[in-house]
Design a binder for this molecule. Structure first.
Ligand SMILES: NC(=O)c1ccc[n+]([C@@H]2O[C@H](COP(=O)([O-])OP(=O)(O)OC[C@H]3O[C@@H](n4cnc5c(N)ncnc54)[C@H](OP(=O)(O)O)[C@@H]3O)[C@@H](O)[C@H]2O)c1
Length: 273
């Protein structure tokens, strides 16, 4: 599995496993299955309600802690310096881990205007050795600029909605200029792109599925991805994307599918579900 060095230091496996909407009662079994299939990077969040089960699955797998990259996130009601520190401590306790590999501000919540204070707490958590790398999620260019200007600290990643129907070219350019790694959430648009004729044709030509074509496209763009599935055959299918290559022309064909169409909330206004 290829890795990307975050801020030149911490290696993140480029393809991981997401657990949003995996019910807590199923999470141990599903994450164990993913670890057995070869995934070594799990993307969870306090808001997903399954951190405890993610931690249990990692322990039950018999893998050593260093072999699994764990991301979790601070949710919207936990913004603010002290609240973010408390929220982090709660996540660590639920996960029953000594540290997390990557901690993210889940949404900027501009309406509360506390993401800069939250970011200051994140910098301390990293400096204290409780988190190996810190980043953000759903930040727009203005939010990125503000935390960087006010703290001098650039996030290692920005985790944003990104799939063939919402490709975010401007934001990706901003990330490249600032050396921020792009993490793509809902990389398959929650299944919504998989019937697209361009993708199903490419799938047929490569002897792969449309999901594998989309995941391969993400990897070749340099995105970090973590598709979610509770289906055993799809869990295996989604990691089986390292043995083929999309040509420049095929990458262009997928680039042409962009419609700027979000499936998730608008980061400028989102406060809570
Ligand atoms: N930071 C954020 O705000 C944010 C927001 C959303 C998501 N995320 C992260 O991103 C991860 C992935 O996003 P997501 O879960 O929203 O969507 P996704 O990974 O794009 O799609 C998941 C959906 O696609 C189906 N699926 C998966 N593999 C498939 C395949 N090979 N063929 C056909 N269908 C397939 C799954 O069905 P089954 O499960 O039934 O197999 C599920 O319904 C999340 O789990 C979470 O870690 C972050």
């Amino acid at each position: 599995m290829p890795t990307i060095a975050l801020r030149g230091a911490v290696d993140i496996p480029q393809l991981g496993f997401g657990v949003f909407q995996v019910p807590p009662d199923d999470t141990i079994e599903v994450v164990l299955r993913a670890l057995q299939a070869g995934y070594r990077h799990i993307d969870t969040a306090a808001a997903y309600g399954n951190e405890a089960q993610v931690g249990q699955a990692i322990r039950a797998s018999g893998l050593s802690r260093e072999d699994v990259f764990v991301t979790t996130k601070c949710f919207n009601d936990d913004h603010g310096y002290q609240q973010a520190r408390n929220a982090f401590k709660d996540s660590l306790e639920r996960l029953e881990l000594n540290h997390v590999d990557l901690y993210l501000i889940h949404w900027p919540v501009p309406a509360h205007d506390r993401y800069v204070e939250t970011w200051r707490a994140f910098i301390e958590l990293r400096d204290e050795g409780l988190v190996r790398a810190i980043g953000v999620s759903n930040f727009q260019p203005a939010h990125l600029r503000r935390i960087i200007e006010e703290t001098g600290e650039t996030p290692a990643v920005n985790q944003v909605e990104l799939h063939p129907y919402h490709q975010q070219p401007g934001l990706r350019r901003e990330h490249e200029e600032r050396e921020i790694v792009t993490e793509a959430w809902s990389p398959l648009a929650q299944g919504g792109v998989l019937e697209d004729p361009v993708l199903t044709t490419l799938a047929r030509e490569h002897g792969k599925t449309a999901a594998q074509i989309v995941l391969r496209w993400h990897l070749q763009l340099g995105n970090v991805v973590f598709p979610k599935s509770v289906t055993p055959q799809r869990i295996e299918e989604n990691i089986d994307v390292l043995d083929f290559h999309l040509s420049a022309r095929e990458m262009e064909q997928i680039a042409d599918l962009d419609r700027g169409e979000r499936i998730g909330p608008d980061p400028d206004t989102f406060v809570r579900p």
